[in-house]
Structure formats: C-alpha cells, structure tokens
Design a protein around this ligand. Structure first.
Ligand SMILES: Nc1ncnc2c1ncn2[C@@H]1O[C@H](COP(=O)(O)OP(=O)(O)OP(=O)(O)O)[C@@H](O)[C@H]1O
Ligand code: SF4
Ligand SMILES: [Mg+2]
Length: 383
C-alpha cells in the first residue's frame, strides 16, 4: 500500500507531482476556475501546523485554497476542531502560516513586515465567537468602539465621537444609554453588536466573522445575522463567515466551503451545495441539521464516530475512517480538489451525483462498490 498523505507518510508517485510546501504538505494542483479575477481575498495552499508534544505536529490546516469575491459572503463550515478558526486567524497572521500565500486586495499579507501588516489589518477585521470576553471589561463602550480610531489617530476628537455615535446607533443600540456602560452590563447579543460596531470603525473591506452567533440564543442569532447583512449592504463589506452549523451559514452565504480535519472537502454556491452535496462529509453534515418537518426529513444517517486527531490524521482522504464509501484508493491517495461543475469543487475520489439520473455506479476509473452502512439519497456516481 502506498500512503500519500505527507502529513503521515512519504508521498506516493501518483500524488508526488505537486511541489511540497515548506510545511511538508504537498501543494496539490488547483482546479481551473477556483480563483476569480478581482477576488478581494485569495488563500492559496495554506498550511498551518502547531508544535505538539514529543516533536509531533498538529496539522490544523493542510493545503487549503479558496478565494472570496468582492461583496460576497463565503461560509466556512465543519465540525469543531476542523481548522476553521485557524484558517481565519492565519489569513490575518494572528496564527502564523507554516506555508502558503494569502493575498488581500492585491497585497500579499504573508509577505508583509510587521508595520505593513498592522496597517493592512485595519482593512480586514475579525469578529470573535465570544462577544463578552472579546471586549475589555474595564472600558466604557464609547472607548471600546473608539479605540481603533484613537490608535490610528483618525479624525479630530469631535469627529471620532460622532463616528462612534453613528456606529453604535447603526448596530441598533441607543448611544446615550450605552456609551458610558461597561460590557458586563450588556447581554451577549448586545456585546456582539458592540463588537460589530468596533470592527467597522476603520472602514474594513473584509470582515472575518468567527462563529459570531454560536454563543447566542437562537432568537438573538437571527437578529445578529440580520444586522450583519444590513452592515454588509450599508458599508459594502465582504464576509468570510465561519460556523460549525450549516443551517446558520445557509441563509447568509453566497457560497459555502466545507472543511474536514484541516482540509477543504467541498466548495460551491450555497443553494447548490445544500440541494446536491457531492462530498459524503457534506451529506453527513447536512443530515445533522434538525428537520422541523418529519415528512421532509432526508433519508440519510447522520455522521458516526469521532473526528480523528489532527496530530496523526488518516492517510489519503482524511474522512475515510468515517466514510461509508471508502475504498483502498481513499487510503492511498489524497483526493485533490476537482471541478465537478460551474463553481463546484469537491475533494473526493468518488463524489456523489450532483445532477442527472441517480445511479449506484461508482466513480469513473475505479468503479468501487460503496460500502453499505449509510443510506444516502444520492449515491456515488461518475464525476
Ligand atoms: N495554538 C494552538 N496550538 C496547538 N494546537 C492548536 C492551536 N490552535 C488550534 N489548535 C488545534 O488546531 C485544530 C484546529 O483548531 P481550530 O480552532 O481552528 O478549529 P475550529 O474548526 O475553529 O473548531 P471550533 O468549531 O471548535 O471553533 C484543533 O485540533 C486545535 O486543537
Ligand atoms: S469516497 Fe473516499 S475520497 Fe470520497 S470522502 Fe469517502 S473516503 Fe474520502
Ligand atoms: Mg473555531
């Protein structure tokens, strides 16, 4: 057996052609059409590894590539620990990429020195999951929101105050009631509104929202999602929206990227991915969304088992230990991200049918018989 995942073993000849990155991860060739002219953010062969005990490495993000077009919202989803936050943090180099390139608005962030990076970060902001702990508990709301303007000395004090007043009002808070209070006097949803106001102070182009609603009640989640949509339209933002819940991402995203154990599985327009998932992991993730109408419930068994350790990820396809369709090839070869239709990309040797008549046949070339334990309404077929 040849094992080709460089995270775990030497490469096979079949997948050795791509250049290896400095992090030891082979950079797979990228499919045509993955990147778009004029994209505001391009992530290319991103690898992030952290040191682990006994000289080992945490393979948090392994050769991830995608772009985000001007004005769109790209949802990034996957189970806990799959590398979503690390991807977001590595884009702005809060976590240092082991290898790969990030280009934002024509500037390669991964090549910038500290001062240039600091300056570039004013236009690409991050909103965190836990709104309360991300705000300084000792400061008044007006100072928290004004801080980016003060650091960068934008405008006169009077202009700054007006700007803060406008931003706090825009996120739905009463400025006079809120300005002199401190974060612990607000609810989680209100704190997230304050975080959003602060993130918008320096007129960012891109906002990376890292699970901005997962710590909030369902009713408040909808309010914050609506607010983000309003702010996006009002300020011409581009959003990278990170969530582990496909249901949350669905309504807000133009396209969705699905991650599993540090790798990208599937990428495409949200409606299309939801209606016709091509990767078995996406199918399983969709199956985990509660269906309010039992009659409309999907004929799919939710994903079983635990996510493997990112310190010692499976060879070949990292999803193979939980995939009902896994074949020998899935152990031997890393499935490269491949175009399966307009704007549709999947990293699977045996992608599921996304159009045409349903078939029980396997992928072209190797015709595997899928293993039986999952009932999926769209069986594997030739790409
Ligand atoms: N600084 C670090 N040092 C070591 N390991 C880390 C570090 N940061 C993240 N990791 C590991 O990298 C992997 C990816 O973590 P990450 O936080 O990106 O996942 P996530 O998809 O955002 O998960 P969640 O949905 O729980 O937020 C995890 O196994 C995590 O434990
Ligand atoms: S069929 Fe193979 S390559 Fe595709 S998801 Fe399953 S294990 Fe991975
Ligand atoms: Mg996270």
């Amino acid at each position: 057996m040849t094992v080709s995942d460089p995270a775990t073993a030497p490469q096979s000849a079949a997948t050795a052609a791509p250049r290896p990155g400095p992090g030891g991860i082979a950079a797979a060739p990228l499919p045509p059409g993955l990147f778009h002219d004029g994209a505001v953010l391009t992530v290319e062969h991103l690898v992030v590894e952290f040191p682990a005990p006994r000289g080992r490495r945490v393979h948090a993000v392994s050769d991830v590539s995608f772009d985000v077009r001007d004005g769109e919202t790209l949802g990034l989803v996957g189970e806990s620990g799959c590398g979503k936050s690390t991807t977001g943090r590595a884009i702005i180099r809060v976590d240092r990429p082991t290898s790969g390139r990030v280009v934002f608005d024509g500037t390669e962030l991964t090549a910038l020195g500290p001062e240039a990076l600091r300056r570039a970060r004013t236009r690409i902001q991050l909103i965190f999951q836990d709104p309360i702990s991300s705000l300084n508990p000792r400061r008044r709301v007006r100072d928290i929101v004004a801080e980016p303007l003060a650091i960068w000395q934008r405008g006169t004090p009077a202009e700054r105050e007006q700007r803060v007043r406008d931003a706090i009002t825009a996120v739905g808070l009463d400025y006079d009631a809120a300005a002199d209070r401190r974060p612990h006097e607000f609810s989680g949803g209100q704190c997230q509104r304050i975080s959003i106001a602060r993130a918008l102070m320096l007129d960012p182009k891109v906002v990376i929202c890292d699970e901005p609603v997962s710590a909030l009640d369902v009713s408040v989640q909808a309010q914050i999602l609506n607010l983000l949509e309003d702010m996006k339209a009002r300020y011409g933002l581009t959003l990278l929206f990170i969530a582990h819940d496909l249901a949350v991402v669905r309504n807000i995203s133009d396209r969705v990227a699905v991650m599993y154990l540090g790798r990208l599985c599937e990428l495409g327009p949200s409606d299309d991915v939801y209606a016709r998932p091509a990767h078995p992991y996406t199918v399983a993730l969709l199956a985990s969304i509660p269906e309010p109408d039992p009659a409309a419930a999907r004929n799919v068994t939710p994903i079983a088992g635990d996510i493997p350790s990112p310190i010692d990820p499976p060879s070949g396809c990292r999803f193979r230990t939980r995939c009902p369709f896994a074949q020998q090839r899935c152990t031997d070869e890393v499935p490269p991200l491949t175009a399966i239709g307009p704007e549709r990309f999947v990293a699977c040797h045996f992608p599921l049918a996304t159009s045409g008549p349903r078939s029980s046949a396997g992928s072209a070339g190797s015709s595997p018989e899928p293993a039986p334990p999952i009932q999926v309404d769209t069986p594997p077929t030739a790409p």
